[in-house]
Design a protein around this ligand. Structure first.
Ligand SMILES: Cc1cc2nc3c(=O)[nH]c(=O)nc-3n(C[C@H](O)[C@H](O)[C@H](O)COP(=O)(O)OP(=O)(O)OC[C@H]3O[C@@H](n4cnc5c(N)ncnc54)[C@H](O)[C@@H]3O)c2cc1C
Length: 483
């Protein structure tokens, strides 16, 4: 099918106002903050499941790649049409379908923005716990596809712990429902399998999500340390004391300086590390916990521990953390944000090595991360106009992730594999592991029309080949035509 005919077919299903096919409209959908980028042939904006079902049928019959997209903040290339095809923007499917506070669940469409969900149900006393730092933009569909985490997932668990049921449109157009609101459902846990599958099994068109009671009380602390080692020791001791804070976030010196330069959040520039700790629960419980946390921070070397006495002060303490991406954007034209995981006890060693890698590749690295669960986010700052810098950034990132794996960690905590890390899957899975995953994927998506060329290695195991391929893929115009 040629492009003109394809556009005609799409307009039949979606109507003129819901099909984008001019270059200037498509450019917006080329990118997701990762290194890779590519332009799709068309973008469709469905309003309901039936339209998606018709699209999946059309694409399966014609072997056209279909790439679901929420807000495009994924950072790992998952929502990029790497070799063309149709991007399905879920932006118009953002309704709250049903809210059942007494039964502790809410049903939403996938394009609903994470922050809007919690806001919409707040007046009933509930919230949706997963809170990626991108929550003001990212969608529930994207959160599900990447099994998103967030500052508050240390205590409450990542997205997979909060999804009860899904509606999924399979390649070919069949609509299936998995799980549901009723507890202890029998049969295979297909919902658990779909969460984190990065759009490679089909398109999620509705989600039944677990909701949690807004805690009676919240206490937030900002502990300032001279060194990252001291802050890491505080993290280890807080967790070791049996306390599971709602959030435990760390910022390193470079990040602190950048945040201060960009927005003056009130972090002292001489601090070597900042720890943001939040606890929540019943009012009566928090007093003792508060004393223990302050004591641990002081014993491990904190030179100051501030805590919020009002919601306004709490928001102020969070301001720097939540504005970090904006701060990076103000000091460098480009940044590449990585997402490795290491055992908590390895944090100090790994942090030092990450900085060494930065020096080796002559790149500034700023760190902000979910310290409580060992989820690192080193951001490599660069200017893409500098010749050769992309190669350096990719190589440095690869070394950082290898380091995480070598100390017993893994290659992603929450941003998914996408195109960014597919070649690194062989570092953590055997060929038999991967083959088993492929076989299950084939049951849902036998012809690879649902988000193809993602997640699985391209079967080129050599690091150098993978690097070269990724650089090629990042250049617009190198895509293989499928039409
Ligand atoms: C500044 C910043 C901070 C971030 N902080 C965090 C964080 O703290 N925690 C975290 O986990 N992530 C974080 N992220 C990464 C990202 O925002 C999240 O993982 C988020 O869940 C992606 O949602 P999205 O709507 O943007 O998805 P997209 O980027 O649009 O898509 C992501 C993947 O989901 C698939 N997909 C989207 N919708 C559907 C659907 N309906 N059905 C099937 N597949 C679908 C896409 O094909 C793609 O593979 C951050 C990103 C940025 C830019």
């Amino acid at each position: 099918m040629d492009k003109a005919q394809l556009v005609k077919e799409l307009i039949k299903i979606f109507g003129e106002d819901s099909v984008l096919h001019h270059v200037e409209d498509l450019m917006v959908y080329e990118y997701d903050f990762s290194i890779d980028s590519n332009r799709p042939e068309a973008v469709v904006l469905p309003r309901n499941t039936d339209q998606i079902s018709q699209l999946m049928d059309l694409c399966e019959k014609n072997k056209i790649p279909v790439v679901p997209r929420g807000a495009g903040t994924g950072l790992s290339g998952g929502s990029i049409a790497v070799r063309g095809g149709i991007v399905v923007s879920l932006a118009r499917m953002k309704k709250l379908v049903k809210h059942e506070p007494k039964n502790r669940y809410t049903v939403v469409e996938p394009g609903m923005v994470n922050f809007d969900l919690s806001n919409e149900i707040a007046s009933t006393g509930y919230f949706f716990a997963p809170d990626p730092a991108s929550q003001r933009a990212s969608t529930i569909g994207g959160n599900i596809a990447l099994n998103a985490g967030g500052p508050h997932c240390l205590a409450h668990g990542s997205t997979t712990n909060h999804i009860l049921g899904l509606e999924l449109v399979l390649p070919g157009g069949e609509v299936v429902k998995t799980g549901g609101a009723a507890p202890d459902r029998p049969g295979y846990d297909l919902t658990g399998f779909i969460v984190g599958s990065e759009g490679t099994l089909g398109i999620v068109t509705e989600a039944t999500v677990k909701i949690m009671k807004i805690p009676e009380a919240v206490q937030t602390f900002l502990a300032l340390f001279h060194t990252i080692d001291e802050a890491c020791e505080a993290v280890a001791q807080v967790i070791g004391a049996g306390i599971v804070p709602a959030a435990l976030e760390m910022l390193d010196k470079v990040m602190i300086e950048m945040i201060e330069r960009a927005m003056n959040a009130g972090y002292p520039p001489d601090a070597g590390a900042v720890l943001l700790i939040e606890i929540d629960g019943l009012k009566e419980e928090l007093g003792d916990l508060q004393d223990t946390i302050i004591d641990i921070c002081r014993r491990t070397g904190a030179f100051d521990v501030k805590y919020a006495t009002s919601e306004e002060e709490r928001q102020k303490l969070w301001k720097g953390r939540k504005s970090a991406a904006g701060a990076l954007g103000q000091v460098a034209p480009n940044f590449y944000l990585h997402d490795g995981v290491v055992p908590r006890t390895k944090l100090p060693e790994v942090m030092h090595k990450v900085m060494e890698i930065g020096r080796e590749y002559n790149l500034v690295v700023a760190n902000i991360f979910h310290a409580g669960d060992g989820n690192l986010h080193p951001s490599l700052l660069f200017d893409a106009r500098e010749p050769g810098v992309i190669e350096r950034v990719i190589e440095a990132g690869e070394k950082i992730l290898k380091l995480c794996v070598d100390v017993g960690g893994t290659i992603t905590g929450e941003h998914g594999i996408g195109t960014e890390k597919q070649e690194y899957m062989t570092w953590i899975f055997s060929e038999a592991d991967l083959e088993t995953m492929r076989k299950v994927k084939d049951v849902f998506n036998p012809n690879d029309t649902a988000n193809p060329w993602k997640v699985f290695p391209t079967r080129q195991s050599c690091g150098e080949v993978s690097l070269k391929m990724r650089i090629l893929k990042s250049k617009p115009g190198m895509e293989e035509a499928w039409i």
